[in-house]
Design a binder for this molecule. Structure first.
Ligand SMILES: [Cu+2]
Length: 310
């Protein structure tokens, strides 16, 4: 019909002339501080490799971690969205957002332990150089080396290519020590039409603070690593990443998921790589999840996943 066609052409022309629609979405404020804590990597004390027990000096470490706060850093609060872990200091806060959102991360360095500079450097999102958070001598500003007592606001945008999960970590001069000490966390960005999962589990494969051991969220061996819980019928999402210098293979017993169109039950990742997997839970029971690099598993990279019937 000619009249209709004319209307369509007019509408298209108007679309070309109009400026791009303003970014919809929320502005999300996140308050984070680097704080000292004492962290026990093997609370049950058992040496699952050689038998016997670890003494305190092999398992309890003073360290600096990212802690979530209420507005203005008034009060520390939980890092993880749900109480599905028995400790909450490492990794840092799970930062959730949706495509189109702006994320303002207000970071304060309260490192009264080592009195080092710290920062936050984010993968997967869009930002200007002064929100990069990496220390580059002669080039970077205060964002890359926030001194003790000081603060900085990182301004990030979740764009279409931000969908997925991403690491953030300290990128100041002390990053080598502070990452082993637990200064890392994850961003979780969902698409515009994507729903939140019922359960979201954060798994970080990293070398342990104790020499020679391997850790999940800085804990080693079953009985110390996180016990994740879900129910049949729930939409489960695992956010997985690796820090350090080694490759790891994520594996969940009794489950599989789609990578594109390909079903899989293991997925490998290298340093600072990350991915998420989603599935509808259908397998009640007590299961293992672990790194499938056998030497890593034997050195502590293994945990329990409990699924209850509906
Ligand atoms: Cu591994």
């Amino acid at each position: 019909m000619p009249f209709r066609r004319a209307l369509t052409i007019l509408a298209l022309a108007a679309g070309l002339l109009l400026p791009a629609a303003p970014a919809s979405g929320k502005v999300r404020h996140v308050w984070v501080a680097a704080v000292p804590t004492t962290f026990d990597i093997i609370p049950n004390g058992r040496n699952a490799v050689e038998g016997g027990r670890f003494d305190d000096s092999q398992r309890i470490f003073p360290t600096i971690v990212y802690r979530r706060y209420t507005k203005g850093w008034r009060r520390p609060v939980r890092n993880s969205p749900r109480a599905n872990v028995d400790h909450d200091a490492i990794p840092g806060p799970l930062i959730r957002a949706q495509v189109g959102d702006r994320i303002l991360v207000h970071f304060k360095n309260k490192d009264t332990l080592f009195r080092r500079g710290h920062s936050m450097h984010f993968h997967g999102v869009k930002y200007r150089p002064d929100s990069d958070g990496a220390f580059l001598p002669g080039f970077s500003g205060p964002d890359g080396d926030v001194r003790p007592g000081r603060s900085w606001t990182y301004r990030l945008r979740a764009v279409r290519r931000s969908v997925g999960v991403w690491p953030y970590h300290d990128h100041a001069t002390s990053m080598h020590e502070s990452i082993v000490g637990g200064m890392y966390g994850m961003l979780s960005i969902r698409g515009k039409k994507e729903r939140l999962p019922d359960r979201e589990f954060v798994v970080v494969f990293a070398p342990s603070m104790s020499n020679g051991l391997q850790s999940i969220n800085s804990r080693s061996f079953v009985g110390n690593t996180p016990v994740f819980k879900a129910r049949v019928g729930e939409l489960v999402q695992w956010d997985v990443m690796a820090m350090g210098s080694e490759h790891h293979t994520f594996h969940v017993h009794g489950h599989r998921w789609l990578n594109g169109r390909r079903p899989e039950d293991t997925r490998t990742l290298g340093p600072a790589e990350s991915f998420r997997v989603r599935y509808r839970e259908d397998a009640p029971g007590t299961w293992f999840y672990h790194c499938h690099v056998e030497d890593h598993m034997a050195r502590g990279m293994i945990g329990i996943y409990r699924v209850r019937r509906r």
